[in-house]
Design a protein around this ligand. Structure first.
Ligand code: EPU
Length: 434
């Protein structure tokens, strides 16, 4: 690919992604396992004395960090051929090292399993994507109602529980992380826990199914009311589980096709997990068809320039906040003006100024963005500020006339398994420079 323009635009001292004008995308791409499931499954693996064999594991940095966290508290973690095997070594520590815990949001998912099994955790408040305050009050209030005591001092959370007991919990908001922490604590608490207003995301369902395979008792999976019967962790055994495919990565390939045109088969993509998002994409003009030949999955086709559509983010089954940067990147080259409203993280719009650098016409107020599509973006130098924002930069780069240089690639590596290679395999003019 021509590099002269890229050289003029940046002299990379950190990894960058370089993108040139890309025509329609064609071919097949496999959607890897979901980051937001595998990290929680790995944390929940500490509940059993048996062996956890987790397959369809994406090769991403966050999995390595979770592996490091588990190793440092006494588990054996082996990564091999897209799988992770986790075993106890005899000692389970409850003080989680601070530096890796601060690097990922999912470190907070050690809370439920460690307090449930060991009655204690000391862990730094979690890191992860920076798009405003991300409180954990719902996690803590629920654990307190189960008998735990929670104290936060200078950014370190310490939770004790002599013995957790079941409780009737009503969430004011269906928090994904809080639901996961309560479920992973409740499976080993004394008695029955009922969680009303539970999150219903496919990744929460995946975690519940993983726990069921381990021997836990949970009913109402996939609904807003989960009922968990506590058991002793000594009754839990080996578990083998395939991670649910990543709906946000699937959406990334959909957005890439939406902004460049073409037809791509996404092996393993599950339409059922993306219902509302796919409906909005159909309103924009994308066409979907399930396929089932030597592989199964979902075909996406863009036959013409997309139409503007108004969209707002909501908890599942609504359009997920994680799709939104991708949606805005698609709408930036659609025909007409769209209003996009963010209801989960009002501060999750940092990527907008980067899209504007690439020639997008976007006006912001409060938690809304008014996006007026242009036929093509211009290209330019931009930065990925978080995982999904990085993916949106890639989609916008594909939809640009001129070359695009993306820095902040480390964010993309946290959640995407070889995004560049997969896009190249379907015809994108994209390269990575390390
Ligand atoms: N909230 C509270 N109090 C709490 C917990 C959450 O007020 O105790 C609020 C949050 O401030 C936010 C909303 O509830 O406004 C949603 O938060 P939730 O707890 O559902 O999100 P999370 O568990 O922290 C996960 C994903 C995010 C994804 C959200 C929403 C992981 C590691 N992260 O975060 O994914 O955006 O659910 O679906 O699973 C990403 O993958 O790029 C990512 C950010």
């Amino acid at each position: 690919m021509p590099n002269a323009d890229h050289d003029r635009m940046s002299a990379p001292s950190e990894p960058t992604i370089l993108i040139d004008h890309t025509g329609p995308l064609e071919g097949r791409v496999r959607v890897p396992g979901a980051k937001n499931s595998v990290l929680k499954l790995m944390a929940a693996a500490l509940l059993t004395d048996g062996t956890s064999e987790i397959t369809n594991v994406p090769r991403i940095v966050d999995v390595q960090i979770m592996g490091e966290l588990l190793t440092s508290i006494g588990l054996e973690v082996l990564e091999h051929d897209g799988a992770v095997t986790i075993r106890q070594t005899g000692t389970l520590l409850t003080e989680v090292p601070e530096a890796p815990a601060r690097r990922i949001r999912a470190s907070i998912n050690l809370l439920g399993p460690l307090v449930g099994r060991c009655g204690h955790i000391r862990v730094a408040l979690p890191g992860g994507d920076d798009f405003g305050t991300r409180p954990i009050d719902l996690h803590l209030a629920a654990l307190e109602s189960m008998g735990a005591t929670c104290v936060i001092t200078e950014g370190i959370l310490e939770v004790h529980a002599e013995a957790l007991h079941g409780a009737d919990i009503q969430f004011a908001f269906p928090s994904v992380g809080a639901t996961e922490n309560v479920v992973t604590a409740a499976v080993v608490a004394d008695g029955t826990t009922t969680i009303r207003g539970a999150a219903r995301e496919p990744e929460v369902v995946d975690l519940c199914n993983f726990l069921l395979s381990m021997g836990a008792q949970i009913s109402g999976i996939g609904t807003a009311t989960l009922v968990v019967e506590g058991c002793s962790y000594t009754s839990f055994g080996d578990v083998t589980h395939r991670v649910v495919p990543d709906r946000i990565q699937a959406a990334t390939y959909i957005a890439a096709v939406g902004s460049t045109g073409g037809c791509v088969d996404m092996i393993d993509a599950r339409a059922n997990d993306m219902g509302m998002f796919l409906r909005r994409c159909e309103e924009m003009g994308l066409v979907f068809e399930a396929f089932d030949d030597e592989a199964t999955g979902l075909r996406v086709e863009a036959r013409q320039r997309l139409n503007a559509v108004d969209i707002q983010t909501l908890p599942y089954p609504g359009v997920a906040t994680d799709y939104k940067p991708l949606i805005v990147a698609m709408l930036a080259v659609a025909n007409g003006t769209s209003i996009v409203t963010e209801n989960l993280y009002p501060g999750r719009f940092r990527y907008v100024e980067e899209l504007v650098t690439l020639g997008a016409q976007i006006r912001m107020w409060e938690h809304h963005a008014e996006v007026t599509g242009v036929p093509r973006l211009s290209g330019g130098s931009v930065r990925a500020h978080d995982i999904r924002a990085g993916a949106a930069m890639v989609v916008a780069g594909l939809a640009s006339q001129g070359p695009t240089v993306i820095s902040g690639v480390g964010h993309i590596d946290r959640g995407y398994d070889d995004l560049v290679g997969r896009l190249r395999s379907i015809g994108a003019m994209i390269n990575r420079v390390d």
